[in-house]
Write a protein that binds this ligand. Structure first.
Ligand SMILES: [Zn+2]
Length: 328
């Protein structure tokens, strides 16, 4: 199968984990920063990566160079460009605005720069997209409402949802109930990283307490019948990122990944990159890996594609356009 030419949808892609290495070098040079000699080693999670926390250290360098408006705009544009060049027709990127305030940018300026980068890419390529605002679970709570307020100014310019990301502790959802409620009232969709490395109970909490419409990863529902049933019955889409799940030790290997079992049991799954650079991957690679490992057919792929369309945080008009790519 020609995986490259398949139409694709990526609903789970972190901008700071998807920066081109060359761009980090360019921007670091402009800033007069000294980069480590073997930059790749610092940016790409190795196969021997021990945990989610170790994986997250790969984001340090990208975030160091994402502190200027033009840099953030360029990087966002390039993530969309890289996706468009492998036939991604719809991409939702996500990022944490609070990580980009080190050199004086305001939260609004950071978000504006991402919006501009996406708009530029959409004007040049056959790609649609949306922007998800990530709140890091480990960061202080005081600024969360400021982020929501600033992001809400862009709800009609491409910002579509709120996300909670970062290290996963049991019961984290309880701390975020008022913030996510506030965001929902403002009109944000909600997707939550849960059941990536922790327990299935976190997925139940994210659905019940935070009203998550989609779950980032969610692979641990396989060990928790309540979370499993809830995900299935409420048709919550799992944003699965196969390579990343292996690197963060969420699963031992692709062969033991639960995505095919979920799919066979009609749980809504999607295939995503998570981090194009840190996981050294593309949508083409993730789809090939999943389909070949589990001997899935084109009709299976199209069903997964249609799941992603149905749960994309976008308009009916764009959903129709996305479906037309698999109806030819
Ligand atoms: Zn993620």
């Amino acid at each position: 199968m020609n995986y490259y030419s398949l139409p694709k949808i990526d609903l789970h892609c972190h901008i700071d984990g998807s920066v081109r290495i060359k761009t980090i070098r360019d921007l670091a040079r402009e800033e007069g920063m000294d980069l480590p000699e073997n930059l790749e080693k610092w940016l790409i999670a190795p196969d021997t990566c021990g945990s989610l926390d170790e994986y997250l250290t790969c984001f340090d360098w990208p975030n160091k160079v994402m502190q200027r408006k033009d840099a953030i705009k360029r990087i966002t544009f390039e993530v969309f460009e890289d996706a468009a060049l492998e036939n991604v027709k719809y991409l939702e990127v996500r990022f944490g605005p609070l990580l980009h305030l080190e050199k004086g940018l305001s939260i609004e300026e950071v978000i504006q720069s991402v919006v501009e980068g996406m708009e530029k890419a959409k004007s040049q390529y056959d790609i649609e997209g949306g922007i998800i605002i990530s709140i890091l679970k480990t960061m202080a709570f005081e600024q969360i409402n400021d982020v929501i307020d600033a992001a809400s100014l862009f709800l009609d310019r491409g910002v579509v949802a709120m996300d909670l990301a970062g290290s996963e502790l049991p019961g984290f959802s309880y701390n975020f109930i008022p913030y996510i409620e506030y965001a929902k009232k403002k009109g944000f969709h909600v997707t939550i990283h849960a059941g990536e490395n922790g327990c299935g109970q976190n997925v139940t909490d994210a659905i019940v307490l935070l009203h998550a419409e989609r779950i980032g990863h969610g692979i641990y529902i396989s060990n928790d019948s309540k979370a499993y049933t809830l995900t299935k019955e409420q048709k919550v889409l799992l944003e699965i990122c196969p390579t990343s799940n292996i690197q963060t030790k969420g699963v031992k290997s692709i062969e033991t990944h639960p995505i095919k079992d979920f799919y066979d049991d009609s749980i809504m799954v999607s295939i995503n990159t998570d981090n194009r650079s840190v996981s050294n991957t593309t949508m083409t690679k993730e789809i090939k890996l999943t389909m070949e490992t589990f001997q899935m057919k084109l009709e299976d792929y199209f069903r997964i594609y249609a799941y992603a369309v149905s749960k994309a945080f976008t308009t009916d008009e764009i959903k129709e356009k996305l479906l037309s790519h698999i109806q030819k």
